[in-house]
Design a protein around this ligand. Sequence first.
Ligand SMILES: [Fe+2]
Ligand SMILES: [Fe+2]
Length: 337
Amino acid sequence: MASESTTDEIEEKETGKSTKVAAKTKTEESPEKIETAESSGSAAVATKTKTEEKIEVTESIASSGSAAVAVAAVSPPSSGELGKKMDERIFNLNKILIDRVYDLICFVYPVKGNDRDFARFFVLETVARVPYFAYLSVLHLRETFGQRTTDGTKDGEEMSDRMRTHYAEADNELHHLLIMESLGGNSNVVDRLLAQTMAFGYYWYVICVYFLSESAAYHLSELIEDHAFNTYDGFLKNHGDRLKKMPVPSIAEKYYVDDNPFLFDLFCTVKETSADGNFSARRPKLESLYDVFVNVRDDEREHWKTLCNLVQYDSMQGCDASEVRSTEPMPVEPAAA
Ligand SMILES: [Fe+2]
Ligand SMILES: [Fe+2]
């Protein structure tokens, strides 16, 4: 993908002294490494690129003897790499769109602790899985025209790896949908019509956005997955007792327990640091519908982590699980007069 330069300035007031840190990022392909040096009351932050371009940032501190605090553009992962921010105009557009659609679904389908809740989840799952096969559609087309890496360069991520992961994510979301259907979430024709109409429109929207900007399209889904995780988390907290009295649907048993976990482990691209085996092996045993929803919620978090990495690092394994953070907006500098 094309290179892109960004500049972030962060001002920090400290005991009446102004500390200014300029943290620059250079290209999407070469994330920065931050090194901090501290000596005799002054600190410097050296920002180094893979091309050895060096940007030195110094703090001016009015009085002597005080150690400076270095502030990076984005809270840096311990690996030292900084995640990209997103142009705030695109960030805001995505956020407004996703928040409004989500608010509409919440308004039409308020959670009440009865079987209508499954209709709400049916609608959400029908729409939330659309982006993964929209990405696949575009990637298949690019593959047909000879592209073999995600950015078209020799050093880019293998496109087939990315496509396999998106397929595994789509398959995972399909099973969320099948679980909601098994609970009666799709029994009403109006719910089906609404969900499928939204999914059809959203599919073409994501296709267009993905053609123009992969990171913008991934950010749309990052926002959706964040909502999905919080929705299921709140549902488990508020209605867990009811779920614990309900049986495990057979489709959930098949997917989470009986099926070969190859595809399941494939979409968990950002393993937890404590992981010592396949992700599927660490899932809770299914004893009630509550456990099923715990799995569904945790799946949404896995999707979110992968998407954060794709937006910020253009890589499915950009940073470790403990370092994943939501994408932040990057203020746009006003055009020079
Ligand atoms: Fe889902
Ligand atoms: Fe998801």
